[in-house]
Design a protein around this ligand. Sequence first.
Ligand SMILES: [Zn+2]
Length: 241
Amino acid sequence: MELTVLGCATPYPQPGQPCSGYLITEDDTHVVLDCGSGTFAALQNHVSPAEVTALWISHLHPDHSADLLAWSNWALNTPGAPKISVYGPSGWADRLVHMLTGTDDATLVRETFTVHELHDGHTAIHGPLALTSRAVVHSVPTFGVRVESPTAHLAYSGDTEPCPALRSLADNTDVFLCEAGTVKPSRYHTTPDQAAETALGAHAKHLLLTHLAPDLDPHSVRVSDILTTIVTPGWRWTSDV
Ligand SMILES: [Zn+2]
């Protein structure tokens, strides 16, 4: 399994720093987790969108979902574009069609994408990748995901405060990709220390801190007792197997 960070900025993109997006690859299967602002352009540095079979969206805040519009415009303007599966919180297709057409008629979105709505415990299989979604705790309906393949187990937090579902997602993972969207413990986000606590409790092997709060200085982050990396756009992890 290979993880490529397309972007991890919050709450808006900056030059060379797209918002949340992660490309997961195993053999010829490519799945994208989240498509925040700027990630669709970043994706094309690595694979053609036509090679991606599924797009999974944690929640509908723009720093995780805004490039659904870019995906749509690509699909609508690319003859023969494959109809990829898109997984997201309930109502995502209706929200998208409002932005695209100003109407309630989701036909265009359903013709462009295979529409799936997530629920706690939702599972999906794409090639060698199995995705299990869990509802986590954020200011809007939000999911985290666990991705399993024959070579690795990875978990991605979405945006959440520490919660039992987050810990179960991270259970015995090779890499636990966890947001650190707040400096101090607060509702709806996780601090670096809380991410480390969750990773240790879940026996994750490697903690990847992402989506750092804008006022969180990466140099101030001191996490002990677990292998930790603060990821940046273009950062890549590959399983040993
Ligand atoms: Zn976010």
